[in-house]
Design a protein around this ligand. Structure first.
Ligand code: SF4
Ligand code: MSK
Length: 600
């Protein structure tokens, strides 16, 4: 596969052409192709040591007797549970940090948005006329209880945020399923950790073998993410780091500097990236950078931690998932600093070909050939300083002959939290609803998810987006899609000109692009919340609204969880590549018809 077939991004195509001697994700994909068809269809099982087993025309049952329906459904549930675990562990870290701030145990962070704290507390039904730190402690307490409560009741966050019609729909569904099947099958998540644990329990050898029962547990677990962990992460991060406001940023590899110390932050949790951004602007750090001959320090992001600091601090973003190796290939990165999720282990080996320090920081994520600098929230300032000093020391080792920064950047308008959006709309959702009722906006599509080298990089993200806005469909989204759209220039006001006439009229009046950046992967909860607010305004259910979700280049198990909670919340979802479910027609039907139908 040549550079032209690998990506639509001119920065990537150019770099790949001159960096052919370095192995990248596309080369490794080539060497893995063709992929195992049992894996692609989801019909392999290695959940016990009598196996691994795989189902084919010849062998219709695993050693234990499990058929393709059980095996495919189990694999789906395990993937969802893993995705939910990632988002929710992220949320847990933020909840713990909020509790530490509230108790005074952590002095390195503070509450940046007291208004958001009061709004979240009010939503959770707490009395808000209290001293801020007392309120913060109570909010953190509610969040932590949602990880540990043993009662059968649904998550407090879910009950406080989901529109009443949707909650009722799920409660009725639970009752009807019990009536119809005489089997107890729950949908409402009770405790985030419990749903993940129960999913793993049910999918071990010899437990749950009924594909419907399994998939409903997958739905329940995904809801513990969408209306639980992810939502909690977004809300609590807004409290600690500030609710995003609309701003302009630069994107793509051209944001790297030829003259400054380049620090690329990659991963997901703003707890680390916010601190690096803050510390990098400290005069002492600037002074040290000048001492080694640099003109300063340039912090940029990649993937979702990039989205977090872009939304709140206006930090430029160097790219999405498939840019992580490309950034190192520019030869201009002093440090690639990572925390958790979506970080290729290949980075360690690649960084060794350059002067780049590949710095891992999380106790949950260690890498071959990385330099590990342990991040401690309670000592965040000091650790951030150490990381930046390490990057500064690498600057004199930069080999100017190896430097090749693509001359490509794009501007984008970002920072659309729901609060910012409602402000732009003049304080209420009325103008958006009126535009939808009049037909100026025919619907809203939320696009999310990753890059996948099996798909031409950013091609589906950008093509789908353009085709939708041409048809008067407002596009909102998060994650690596949002970075793709920003790089392609689709988040500029000029994009109004390629929109359909109705959408163009609305966006011109509001002075917004027709393609809206709502944040990182956990911020898919902002879209759910927006859908909930629209439904609440109209006193209807989310499923009554013209909303669709898509993850057209998805990679991670997290995207599987997101897709499932969108469907369960009443929003139809498109996924590409096809998930590994085609080995069971029963599971395909349940996912594409039955669950869709019953959650409508
Ligand atoms: Fe094979 Fe059953 Fe064991 Fe899976 S659980 S590996 S199908 S014997
Ligand atoms: S970073 S989960 S590759 S969107 Fe959230 Fe991108 Fe997907 Fe990671």
């Amino acid at each position: 596969m040549g550079a032209e077939e690998r990506s639509v991004d001119p920065a990537i195509k150019g770099l790949l052409k001159v960096s052919q001697s370095y192995e990248t994700v596309w080369d490794r994909l080539d060497s893995q192709t063709p992929h195992c068809k049992f894996g692609l269809q989801g019909v392999c099982c290695r959940n016990c040591i009598m196996g691994p087993c795989r189902i084919s025309q010849k062998t219709k049952f695993g050693v234990c007797g499990a058929n393709e329906d059980t095996i495919v459904a189990r694999n789906v549930v395990r993937a969802i549970a893993a995705g939910v675990a990632a988002h929710s562990d992220h949320a847990r870290a933020v909840a713990i940090l909020l509790a530490e701030i509230a108790s005074g145990e952590n002095q390195d962070y503070r509450i940046a948005d007291p208004e958001k704290l009061k709004a979240v507390a009010g939503r959770l039904g707490l009395e808000t006329q209290k001293e801020l730190l007392v309120l913060a402690k109570e909010v953190a307490g509610v969040a932590m209880e949602d990880f540990g409560r043993q009662a059968e009741e649904a998550l407090k966050f879910l009950k406080s945020y989901v529109p009443p019609q949707r909650l009722k729909r799920w409660q009725e569904l639970e009752k009807n399923l019990y009536k119809q099947t005489a089997k107890k099958m729950g949908i409402l998540p009770r405790n985030i950790d419990r749903e993940i644990a129960e999913s793993l329990h049910r999918t071990t050898m010899g437990v749950d073998h009924d594909p419907l029962s399994l998939l409903l547990q997958g739905v329940r677990t995904s809801l513990a993410d969408g209306w639980g962990g992810s939502l909690m992460a977004t809300e609590l991060q807004d409290i600690i780091f500030g609710t995003p406001r609309v701003r302009a940023i630069s994107t793509n590899l051209g944001v790297l500097s030829a003259d400054k110390v380049n620090i690329v932050i990659h991963g997901h949790e703003p707890i680390l990236s916010e601190k690096i951004v803050e510390m990098a602007s400290h005069p002492e750090m600037e002074r040290l950078a000048h001492e080694v001959g640099a003109e300063g320090i340039n912090v940029v992001g990649i993937c979702c931690t990039g989205n977090e600091i872009l939304m709140r601090q206006g930090v430029p973003v160097a790219g999405n998932e498939l840019h992580q190796e490309m950034a190192i290939l520019t030869g201009a990165v002093e440090a690639m600093v990572v925390d958790v999720q979506c970080i290729y282990p290949a980075l360690g080996k690649l960084a060794k070909c350059f002067h780049t320090k590949f710095i891992s920081t999380s106790d949950r994520a260690k890498f071959p050939e990385s330099l590990h600098i342990q991040f401690e929230e309670k000592n965040a300032d000091e650790v951030a300083r150490k990381i930046i000093e390490t990057a500064i020391k690498a600057f004199p080792l930069r080999n100017k002959n190896q430097v090749n920064i693509p001359n490509h950047t794009s501007e984008a308008i970002v920072g659309f939290s729901n609060e910012a959006l409602i402000d732009l709309l003049g304080g209420s959702l009325t103008p958006l609803i009126e535009a939808m009722i009049s037909g100026d906006i025919k619907g809203v599509v939320g696009i999310v998810g990753c890059n996948n080298p099996k798909v031409k990089h950013d091609y589906h993200h950008t093509t789908l987006t353009q085709e939708l806005i041409k048809r008067d469909i407002l596009v909102i989204g998060t994650g690596c899609w949002a970075i793709a759209a920003a790089k392609a220039g689709l988040m500029r006001l000029q994009t109004q000109e390629i929109s359909g006439p109705g959408l163009k009229k609305v966006c011109k009046a509001l002075k917004i692009p027709p393609v809206i950046h709502m944040g990182s992967c956990v911020d898919c909860s902002r879209m759910l919340n927006l859908a909930g607010a629209l439904a609440g305004y109209l006193k209807s259910d989310i499923s009554d609204l013209p909303l669709v979700g898509s993850a057209p280049e998805w990679t991670t198990e997290k995207a599987m969880a997101i897709g499932t909670y969108f469907i369960a919340s009443g929003i139809p979802v498109h996924l590409w590549p096809i998930p590994p479910v085609t080995g069971s027609q029963t599971v395909v039907k349940m996912l594409t018809e039955d669950i869709n139908q019953s959650t409508k």
